[in-house]
Write a protein that binds this ligand. Structure first.
Ligand code: NAP
Length: 281
């Protein structure tokens, strides 16, 4: 690093668990770009000052992670169509005249991972578990990719309704059901072709939990996707694999959303395998 190094940050709380610094810095090194990606843990009452700090310190951009993807919205000078529709920002660009542009690469990152794995979205019936920031992006991505039959289950039903109402407003033809995430509804919708965990149940801190029940079976031919990639596999994916379903964790989505963010900041298409390798190592 020297006086010309261009900086990118990641805003979250905490951020120490994030794999994004290692992923992006590996590509900066590989491509010989004088850029650096730094973790920026921001206390909840400091977000507005932190965003002004990005501008003041000459940062070129930032990622936004849990729990701030919605918090940063009011501080953006402009939003991309996807960030606007999803109502969440995971990528910020700082313009030379000090404006903050909010984008969302989670939805496209998820869909690109499905495409890379030859998963047919258009003819799938999908079941989304959760209604937080990532569920918003997944629902938007699926609808945009042509999946018309989606069910979304969440612990807090009012949040599920709100997410579906907001996201579906951008689409003419949709068939979306919402209900509470409980044993009865999981059994009722367990036949979906594509089942995606967008809850935080099963992350390293609560690795023994899952948003599913042992006695509800997955089956062969189903795709079961967990946005969580640490631990690998989660208890949810372990169960799905035992039942014969095909499983995917969130590593592919992380890498693909990273590729898109990297391109937004630098204008350069990064080598995806370097990013994947950096995380796995
Ligand atoms: P979030 O906005 O905090 O939403 C959390 C969701 O989990 C909510 O729907 C919440 O339900 C549900 N939940 C939490 N505890 C629960 C419990 N005990 N029982 C049932 N439901 C529970 O988080 P997020 O941003 O959507 O992220 C969710 C997960 O996706 C995280 O593990 C995150 O690391 C992962 N993620 C991965 C990627 C990737 O690139 N692979 C990208 C984004 C996120 P309520 O609404 O009822 O509270």
């Amino acid at each position: 690093m020297n006086g010309n190094t261009q900086l990118i940050g990641i805003l979250g709380y905490p951020v120490s668990q994030s794999k994004s610094p290692v992923m992006h810095n590996a590509v900066f090194t590989e491509l010989g770009l004088n850029w650096a990606y730094v973790p920026l843990p921001v206390h909840p009452d400091q977000m507005e000052r932190a965003l002004k700090g990005l501008i003041a310190l000459g940062f070129r951009g930032a990622n936004v992670t849990i729990p701030y993807k919605e918090t940063v919205l009011p501080f953006m000078n402009d939003l991309s169509p996807s960030a606007h529709a999803i109502n969440a920002v995971n990528t910020i660009s700082v313009t030379p005249d000090g404006r903050l542009l909010g984008d969302n690469t989670d939805a496209s990152g998820f869909i690109e991972d499905l495409q890379e794995n030859n998963i047919d979205v258009q003819n799938s019936t999908a079941l989304i578990l959760g209604a937080g920031g990532s569920a918003r992006a997944i629902l938007y991505g699926l609808l945009q990719a042509g999946c018309h039959e989606v069910t979304l289950l969440n612990r807090s039903l009012d949040k599920a309704h709100q997410v579906v109402q907001e996201i579906s407003a951008s689409f003419a033809k949709t068939n979306i059901q919402t209900d509470i995430l409980d044993e009865t509804n999981l059994a009722r919708f367990s036949n979906a072709n594509l089942i995606i965990n967008c809850t935080s149940l099963g992350m390293k801190a609560n690795a023994d939990q899952m948003p599913w029940y042992d006695h509800i079976s997955f089956h062969k031919g189903q795709i079961v996707y967990d946005l969580i990639y640490n631990p690998n596999p989660t208890r949810f994916l372990e169960k799905a694999q035992q039942d014969g379903a095909r499983i995917l964790n969130g590593l592919g989505m992380l890498v693909h959303q990273g590729v898109l963010s990297f391109t937004i900041w630098t204008g350069v298409q990064p080598p995806i395998e370097i990013m994947r390798k950096a995380i796995l190592e």
